[in-house]
Design a protein around this ligand. Structure first.
Ligand SMILES: CC(C)(COP(=O)(O)OP(=O)(O)OC[C@H]1O[C@@H](n2cnc3c(N)ncnc32)[C@H](O)[C@@H]1OP(=O)(O)O)[C@@H](O)C(=O)NCCC(=O)NCCS
Length: 513
């Protein structure tokens, strides 16, 4: 039987025909009829018109009086006059009538004739339970734009000023002046390291770069069964947590959470390069303790010496992408941590969110765009066509920045410094994209984001396109972990609400037999 999309009127829920009685009948006769039909009321009629109602409640009163059912007439105990409902009365209005008058049964009358009876019990079966709005409920905009969902000391993005910072320091200045490990220390410990702390931190990280043996054994199978590096590394990171026995963040202290987080950050670059090499038919290369973060990263790519400036350029890209407010992956990691799950679970969740093209999956697409445009002359017609067709230009636009993205400006400078092959062409395309978007999407303030020049820099440094998103993850994991530690230290489970917009519940469950 098809289930109606909505139950709206009394006609749809009434039972018909109703049990009826005449006022001259005895209580014994009518109560026997009600029992036979399992109904809680009999409608007393004159012809076809209801004149009263005899309900279970009346029978209880009658029994309490101790009179003889065989000798007592219905007319003496029925309730009259009786209110009636029209068949097209809405279920909602019927509910209101029942609630106001404390009815349990209501005759349904059409054109003066009794056509059925609606009971409170039948109404309850089809009740549309209305949501009760919590007094503190607030409506959030789509995409949670502009909504503050936590307090943090990790860092912040000031979109209108084109500025972002890690703790109290300008992130771009940090990328200019310091090493990645210094920023990593800053995010974990809350202050920049002195010389002794720098050395101690490097010594602490070095052994954690090595993948646990159990994972080394698993990597060939993970690499072979995954399409992308990101997929295999996501699984491998999860297995690191399992192999090392990570416990729920809820059950461990800060020191143990920090140890887990340090390992996640230290091991991810190793796993990325190992998976990449395995997928290329090559043997993974062990990390080197004597190399800094960016240099070690490139070392594990080829196992060959390389221009130090390239190592620094990759590291600077990684430094600029460590943290960036409550982006989708950081938020995801914090939500997972807020449930008390282990650090690996939160990191793997962050990786899933980052992998989407609207977040971290775009730098290879930005480079693909440059390839597709091909020449400076083709830029304008190509872009006008793409935007007119409703396509997003990859590497442009940002939820928070409504002016130049400082990471994009910085990386353009890095690309110029290392004389990246595509830099002149990329700059020409950037200017054209900004012009075309200003014409076709006026008022949206769309500029190059971090991903546009990231691709140009990484391409020049010898990183293949399939490593662009994993490289983003290799540094963002530090930001996720700083946020995870912060969340765990002062946790309340993140559990917002949604507005239900489907068919009104509860609909009758269909009989599928
Ligand atoms: C980053 C991004 C996801 C932000 O999304 P958002 O804050 O939800 O912004 P919206 O998608 O609502 O965009 C607002 C308007 O600008 C337009 N717009 C935003 N980015 C655009 C782009 N890259 N190309 C063309 N139009 C764009 C949208 O079409 C929309 O126009 P409309 O008002 O006519 O509908 C979005 O700009 C984007 O998809 N960029 C391309 C992917 C990318 O570079 N991702 C990496 C981010 S670091």
């Amino acid at each position: 039987m098809p289930v109606p999309a909505t139950i709206r009127t009394v006609a749809e829920v009434m039972s018909t025909p109703a049990v009826t009685a005449r006022s001259s009948e005895t209580i014994a006769e009518v109560s026997a009829r009600m029992h036979e039909h399992s109904k809680g009321s009999a409608i007393v009629i004159d012809g076809e018109r209801p004149i009263g109602i005899l309900t279970e409640r009346d029978l209880v009163r009658f029994n309490a009086a101790g009179a003889s059912a065989a000798d007592t007439k219905v007319s003496e105990w029925m309730t009259q006059p009786v209110d009636c409902a029209a068949p097209d009365l809405s279920v909602q209005e019927a509910f209101t009538a029942f609630a106001e008058h404390r009815y349990r049964h209501l005759p349904v009358v059409e054109d003066g004739k009794l056509v059925g009876v609606v009971s409170l019990r039948s109404l309850m079966e089809f009740a549309q339970v209305q949501p009760v709005v919590h007094p503190s409920t607030v409506e959030a905009p789509p995409g949670l734009e502009g909504v503050i969902v936590a307090e943090t000391s990790v860092g912040d993005v000031r979109g209108l000023e084109g500025f972002y910072h890690y703790r109290q320091y300008n992130a771009v200045e940090l990328a200019h002046k310091l090493r990645l490990e210094d920023v990593w220390f800053l995010l974990f410990e809350g202050h920049l390291p002195d010389r002794a702390e720098r050395e101690a931190f490097a010594a602490e990280i070095a052994p954690l770069r090595r993948a646990p043996d159990a994972i080394v054994d698993l990597l060939p199978a993970l690499a072979a069964s995954s399409k992308t590096v990101m997929e295999a590394v996501r699984s491998a990171m999860s297995m690191v947590g399992a192999a090392e026995g990570y416990k729920p963040t809820l059950d461990i202290d800060h020191a143990e959470r920090r140890r887990n987080a340090l390992q996640m950050c230290a091991v991810m670059p190793t796993l990325i390069m190992a998976v990449h090499r395995l997928q290329s038919g090559l043997t993974p290369i062990e990390p080197r303790d004597d190399l800094g973060y960016g240099a070690n990263y490139l070392w594990m790519l080829t196992g060959e010496d390389f221009d130090a400036d390239r190592g620094r350029a990759v590291e600077q890209y990684q430094m600029t992408t460590i943290d960036h407010g409550f982006n989708a992956s950081t938020f995801t990691a914090r939500v997972i941590c807020s449930s008390g799950a282990d650090v690996a679970a939160a990191v793997v969740g962050g990786m899933g969110a980052l992998s989407g093209p609207l977040h971290g999956g775009a730098p290879s697409r930005a480079l693909d765009l440059l390839d597709a445009i091909g020449t400076v002359e083709n830029a304008r017609p190509y872009l006008v066509d793409a935007v007119t067709r409703g396509e997003k230009i990859m590497g442009f636009g940002h939820r928070v920045y409504k002016t130049d993205d400082p990471r994009s400006t910085f990386l353009r400078g890095v690309a110029e410094r290392i004389q990246a092959e595509k830099i002149d062409f990329a700059k020409a395309v950037e200017r054209t994209v900004v012009d075309v978007l200003a014409e076709l999407k006026p008022g949206r303030d769309l500029y190059a984001n971090v991903e546009f020049y990231a691709g140009v820099v990484m391409d020049h440094c010898g990183l293949p396109r399939e490593l662009f998103t994993p490289t983003f993850a290799s540094s963002r994991v530090i930001g996720w972990c700083a946020n995870i530690l912060e969340q765990a230290a002062d946790n309340r489970i993140i559990r917002p609400s949604a507005r239900y917009v489907g068919p009104p519940p509860p609909q009758p469950v269909p009989d599928l037999s």
